[in-house]
Design a protein. Sequence first.
Length: 322
Amino acid sequence: MAIKNLLALLVLVSVLGVSVAHKGRLDLNYYKHRCPDAEAIVRRVTIQYVSRKPSLAAALLRMHFHDCFVRGCDGSILLKSPNNDAERNAVPNLSLRGYEVVDAAKSALEKKCPGVVSCTDVLSLVARDAVVVINGPWWPVPLGRRDGRISRLADANSLPSPFAGIAALKQNFFAKGLNTKDLVVLSGGHTIGISNCGLINSRIYNFTGRGDFDPAMNPSYVRTLKKRCKPTDFRSAVEMDPGSVKKFDSHYFNIVAQKKGLFTSDSTLLDDPETKSYIETQVSTGGSSFAKDFSDSMLKLGFVEILTGNQGEIRRRCAFPN
């Protein structure tokens, strides 16, 4: 899609989205008077970065998810610590990237309307616009979130684990006000994700300590992974949705249905009647409802434990509290 046409599409859907009603104290027109060009500025910066490096779309989507699952959507994932004990220093977050996109968008906003737009709102918009750049689904992003001042490494323990079974994952999501459908739908974001051999090493080489692989995995898929990941290779990249990693579509559910989910957290979606049924429906219908479902779940995610009103602050720089 040409950049000019993409900009036109984003403007159009932004206008159409104004009719959507929202809870909380967020508003689609929150910056209309104080920074009317806020969304356009973020959009322009995001397009500049993601059009050059499309893999940033998955990275920025993941960053937004990780932010909202720890202390809520408050931008705490963006904070740095002189002692390296902030959220971004936790093991699950060490592979996060794309901070420069958020920082660039925030810097552009500060020049236009200083002290107005929160870093949390910037991250929320960047994640959405990045997905749209690669022709993924659009969702409305009501605005007005405030930035948190606290970021603790230990709090990242609340992130859903790639090694978790269905019961633990459901508990993670329920704790954030998200349901079982949100769990399976948002897992579909793995359609554009990549990981590394280190996170699947034990799953394909020594699952129970006896030199075996996880029986929940398709044996042919395990053989393919072993060709990619040698026993001592913990760094090579692995696609989460083989054959479709550059395209945001429902192909991920076909992979999971074939028992080719990369992580336990992918495979275990077949262990629950509701998540399994959703996967089977997407496979049989060619993902007919996935784009809308993903948009709906992302809208819900953006409301998780938000700070509004006089809570928190509007950071001048996203990596540091004022």
